[in-house]
Write a protein that binds this ligand. Structure first.
Ligand SMILES: Cc1cc2nc3c(=O)[nH]c(=O)nc-3n(C[C@H](O)[C@H](O)[C@H](O)COP(=O)(O)OP(=O)(O)OC[C@H]3O[C@@H](n4cnc5c(N)ncnc54)[C@H](O)[C@@H]3O)c2cc1C
Ligand SMILES: NC(=O)c1ccc[n+]([C@@H]2O[C@H](COP(=O)([O-])OP(=O)(O)OC[C@H]3O[C@@H](n4cnc5c(N)ncnc54)[C@H](OP(=O)(O)O)[C@@H]3O)[C@@H](O)[C@H]2O)c1
Length: 305
């Protein structure tokens, strides 16, 4: 497929991104919104029009007893960039309770998809894990985040390094045709504790490369590299160790990370981000943002409370 044709094809049919990039929210706002004030009495239904859209759950899939995905309806007014996150939540005890969630679906999709942990005593996910098709959820109106294509300088290969639910933003990016127009190879790594935690493996190895619309773009470029740390697997170990030892590059047939050529997005728990960032800085990488594009960008997959 030629570049020109694909641009034409996707621009009209699929582009539901914001016309302007939304301003980044200050980090404090994420947490303010988790306990947003109640505008209506407890018994009154929450209506769209405030800080949230009220959406309906359309699909749920439980991967394991600690991981699930859900899809919801999408308000026509919600626009986002691939890789961004949004607030997602429920009314709990008459009050909105929201948490930051990466959007896993494509920016052009009719529905929103989220990939979630189940924290047994977590204020939100102890309840969210029990939602059923048809239930209402709240979706914030202001998607934001750093894991966007425009945070990176042009490059040859794009590495999307995710651990745990940190895979979520990359599930949106790998469905974005622009990713394949900008990069020659797109390497998605997913590091988890156990093989059963490798959610979306079938999607990344089979469904997406064979998709009737996207497959032609994706199949020659997408490399999926799952690694497992706490049981036997074809690729065993932490992604940090795989990069340090060069194992991942031998396995996928690409040269070791080089800021002159390779761009990187990171999403994982706090310690993974610290270690991966140190590893990149030691190789001469510079962190980027939309205001000042660089060689890598990162986003927390969760915060320790
Ligand atoms: C920018 C951003 C994007 C996020 N995107 C997602 C996402 O796409 N999917 C998702 O499941 N969560 C995501 N989170 C985490 C999410 O905001 C909540 O923390 C999570 O939904 C649990 O909510 P809770 O109220 O049940 O428990 P919380 O009180 O929020 O968390 C309790 C504890 O559980 C652990 N924990 C929380 N979330 C995770 C997680 N995702 N993986 C592993 N351990 C976790 C942490 O130790 C935390 O201290 C994101 C967080 C941030 C800051
Ligand atoms: N299967 C499960 O038991 C399970 C599944 C999901 C979530 N949870 C719960 O959710 C919480 C977080 O679990 P999580 O697995 O999603 O996230 P996590 O603890 O961040 O681990 C995710 C993956 O990242 C690796 N990792 C952790 N720190 C790293 C570092 N500094 N550098 C490189 N790699 C690193 C882990 O390897 P290591 O194994 O070597 O640490 C693991 O493979 C925990 O409280 C856990 O109880 C449990």
């Amino acid at each position: 497929m030629s570049l020109g044709l694909s641009r034409w094809k996707w621009a009209g049919l699929f582009d539901r991104r914001p016309r302007r990039l939304p301003l980044d929210l200050p980090p404090e706002l994420e947490f303010v919104m988790q306990d947003a004030p109640v505008a209506a009495p407890a018994a009154a239904p929450v209506k769209a029009g405030g800080a949230f859209y009220v959406e309906r759950v359309t699909w749920i899939h439980h991967w394991t007893d600690t991981l699930f995905s859900l899809r919801t309806t999408r308000d026509a007014g919600l626009r986002f960039e691939s890789g961004q996150f949004v607030m997602l939540g429920l009314i709990v005890n008459g009050k909105p309770l929201l948490r930051a969630y990466s959007i896993a679906s494509a920016h052009y999709a009719d529905e929103l998809e989220f990939y979630s942990i189940k924290v047994q005593d977590g204020p939100l996910t102890s309840k969210l894990q029990h939602v059923k098709v048809g239930d209402e959820v709240l979706v914030g109106k202001k998607p934001t985040g750093t894991l966007v294509l425009d945070g990176l300088r042009p490059g040859k290969n794009l590495y999307l390094l995710g651990t745990g639910t940190g895979l979520a933003p990359f599930l949106s990016l790998v469905r974005d045709p622009e990713v394949y127009e900008r990069y020659e190879k797109v390497v998605v790594t997913h590091t988890v504790r156990e093989v059963a935690d490798l959610s979306y493996r079938q999607f990344l190895t089979h469904d997406l490369p064979n998709d009737p619309d996207l497959g032609e773009l994706v199949a020659p470029k997408l490399i999926y590299y799952p690694t497992v740390t706490r049981e036997a697997f074809v690729h065993e170990g932490r992604i940090t160790d795989m990069i340090e030892s060069g194992q991942i590059f031998r396995d996928i047939g690409l040269p070791p990370l080089d800021p002159a050529r390779d761009r990187v997005m990171l999403c994982g728990g706090p310690s993974v981000l610290t270690d991966l960032k140190a590893l990149l800085l030691a190789r001469g990488y510079e962190e980027g943002s939309v205001a000042k594009p660089g060689d890598f960008v990162l986003e927390r997959a969760f915060v320790e409370t």
